[in-house]
Write a protein that binds this ligand. Structure first.
Ligand code: ATP
Ligand code: MG
Length: 262
């Protein structure tokens, strides 16, 4: 692919960090005063690295991801990314009046891809997420899993080197989610993209990542991190995945009881 995705694979060594989060804190001010949500977060994502950010509900995962995406400003600290990241959320946020293909083409258009190149590129991306032949399908004709595939293709259309994912598979059934884990792992390996993936599902975090970063709650701090040395492709039910998930769950439980249930 003659795109930044391919360049991400080729040039992975030339950039030091896909994302560099240094001493980042974030407070929100509401009627009850100021609430410190993230406290002194320092975290690097290496080029081509797959990192999952794990933590209890309300610990600030989405807040951190939004800061990395540039949708909001940190109250303190700095964030640097290798180019503009692309984002994928739990809700697919596709335009229902456009077909799958046109949703992707819109992202290509916004990215400055010339018109004649858009359709072939959209077809190529649909093939990458295994939706060949779905170019003309409207959003309501697609299953939940297919919609998330289109959303993934659209995120990839933005040609970023860093993909930020906020619980993108949380609303899917277990089997569909399993399939999409395989697809995401394959696409990540093929493209050399860096991924920062938010989840509160420990098994999912271990299934996908090279590194799992656990955030504590109230305020969110990096509590611990684990390198996942289990070879890919993994299955969520593999014994080593289950074993490490158990260890992480114990620490997560400790964090939740120490900081109060959300
Ligand atoms: N724009 C905002 N204004 C005020 N408070 C906010 C805002 N965004 C988030 N918060 C607060 O920050 C805290 C962290 O929220 P955030 O959405 O980052 O959590 P999360 O870890 O993503 O949770 P979940 O797993 O449920 O998605 C919550 O207490 C939330 O109410
Ligand atoms: Mg969230």
């Amino acid at each position: 692919m003659a795109t930044a995705l391919a360049k991400a694979a080729e040039g992975a060594e030339s950039v030091e960090h896909a994302a560099r989060i240094q001493h980042v804190s974030k407070s929100f001010t509401g009627p009850a005063g100021s609430q410190l949500v993230l406290d002194d977060i320092t975290l690097d994502v290496a080029p081509g690295e797959f990192v999952t950010l794990l933590g209890a509900s309300g610990c600030g995962k989405s807040t951190l991801l939004n800061l990395v995406a540039g949708l909001d400003e940190p109250s303190a600290g700095t964030i640097a990314t290798d180019g503009r990241p692309s984002l994928m959320f739990q809700e697919h946020a596709l335009f229902p009046w456009l077909t799958a293909g046109k949703n992707i083409e819109l992202a290509l258009k916004l990215g400055g891809v010339p018109k004649p190149e858009r359709r072939p590129r959209a077809e190529e991306l649909l093939e990458l997420v295994r939706l060949k032949g779905s170019y003309g399908k409207r959003v309501h004709e697609l299953s939940g899993g297919m919609r998330q595939r289109v959303a993934l293709a659209r995120a990839l259309a933005q040609d970023s080197r860093l993909l930020l994912m906020d619980e993108p598979f949380a609303a899917l059934d277990a089997i569909t989610r399993d399939v999409l884990h395989d697809e995401l792992t394959r696409i990540w390996a093929e493209t050399g993209l860096s991924v920062l993936f938010v989840t509160h599902n420990v098994r999912e975090a271990v299934r996908l990542a090279q590194r799992v970063v656990l955030l504590s709650s109230r305020p969110g701090r990096v509590a611990r991190e684990w390198t996942v040395d289990i070879p890919q492709p993994r299955r969520i039910e593999d014994a080593p995945v289950a074993e490490l998930s158990l260890e992480i769950t114990e620490v997560l439980r400790g964090e939740i009881s120490r900081h109060g249930q959300q």
